[in-house]
Design a protein around this ligand. Sequence first.
Ligand code: FAD
Ligand code: EPU
Length: 343
Amino acid sequence: MKILKNYDLKNLNTFGIPTKAKFFVEITGEGELNELFKEPLYIGHEKLFLGEGSNVLFTKDWGGIVVLNKIKGIEILEEDSENILIKSMSGVIWHDLVSFAVDHDYWGIENLALIPGTVGAAPMQNIGAYGAELKNVLTLVEAYNVNTGEKRIFSKEECIFGYRDSIFKNSLRNKYFISAITLRLSKTGKPNTSYKILKEHLEKNKIEIKNSKNISDAVSEIRRSKLPDPRVIGNAGSFFKNVFVDKDKLAELRRLYPAMPFFEEDGLSKIPSAWLIEQCGPANGTSWKGYRVGNVGVHHKQALVLVNHGDGRGQDIKDLALQIIASVKEKFGLELAPEVNLI
Ligand code: FAD
Ligand code: EPU
C-alpha cells in the first residue's frame, strides 16, 4: 500500500473530468484497509472512497485522500435447493457479479446487468434498472466506520433503501466504507419482465426465456442501444432522478400537458425526467436534448444523460445541470434532483 501525492483522477471517473486528489491510495484487501486506518496521512485528511467513478461529478480538486477500492472476492455462504446466499467483496465489478450469477443460472440480479461500477457502491443508491432493484435481493451490508475503523453489519432494514437512495447517501454519507454485501438469489426464479421496454424487446425479437442469462443478455442489448458508452463519451448515466407524484398531482399535470408520459410504480406515478428535460431548453422553442455548450451537453438520444464531449470541466456540467433544473421548475413546477454525487 503506497500513498501517492497529487494524483490525477481523470481516468478514474467516467465523466473523464481531470481533477487532482491531494493524496491517493489503492486498497486490495481488508488487511490493507485496517493498516490504512492507522496511517497519519489518512487520519488527518478528509476521505473519499471511490469505486469505478461512474456516479460522481468532480467540480473541484479533492483536498483530502481518495481511497480506490479493489477488494475482490465472491463466496458462497450457504445454499439449499431453492436459494443461495452469496457474499461479494465491495471492489468486485458489479457486472462480474451478475455474470457469476447468471452463469450458474441464479436469479435475482439478471435485470441489473451491465450497470457500471463496483459492488460496494451499489447499496449507496440502491441501484436499479429494468424493473429490479438491489434491495429486492440484498440481505446485509458489511461496512467500516471510516473514522474509527470499527466494523458494523447493516441489516437490509437499517440501510433504509428507497428509489436511488439509502442511509449511505444521506445521514451516513462518507461515514462508512462498504466492504462487502450479501445477496439471497434464487435457483428457481422466474423472469421479471414487468418493465415495458424489456417486455417489448423480448416479444419483438421472439426471445424465449430459458435461464437468467437470457434476461441479462436482453437487458445488456437494450442498454448498449440506449446509453452512451463512457469509454467513448464521458457520462455518469442518468444525471437526474425521475420524478414521482401522487395521483392528484398527476391529474393536474396531465390536464395541462396531456402528452406527459407516466408509469405506475409502487402506488405512485413516475414521470420520466428525460421527457421533462426534452420539453425545455436554453431558449423558447428549443430543447435541451442534444444541446451542447462548449465541451459539455445533453446526450442526443437520452435527455437524462449529461455528457463531457472532451475537455469539459465538472463545474461546466454542474452549471448546465442547474440551468436544466431551473427551466423544468419554471415550466412544470417540478423539482429535478441530481442522482449523481457532486464532489
Ligand atoms: P463511484 O462513482 O465510485 O461512487 C459513487 C458514490 O458511492 C460516491 O459518493 C462514493 O464515495 C460512494 N462509494 C463508492 N464505493 C463505496 C464504498 N465501497 N463504500 C461506501 N461508499 C462508496 N445506476 C443505476 O442505479 N442504474 C442504472 O441503470 C445505471 N446505469 C448507468 C449507466 C451508465 C452508462 C453509467 C456511467 C452509470 C450508470 N449508473 C446506473 C450509475 C452507476 O453505475 C451506479 O451508481 C454505480 O453503483 C456506481 O458505482 P461506482 O463504483 O462507479 O461508484
Ligand atoms: N424518455 C424521453 N426522452 C428521452 C428518453 C426517455 O421522453 O430522451 C421517456 C420515454 O417516455 C421513455 C421513458 O422516458 O419511455 C423511460 O425511459 P428509459 O426506459 O430509457 O428510462 P429512464 O427513466 O430514462 C431509468 C433509470 C436508468 C435505468 C433505466 C432502465 C433513473 C434516473 N434512470 O432511466 O438508470 O437504466 O430507467 O430501468 O431512474 C442511472 O440511474 O444512471 C440509469 C441509467
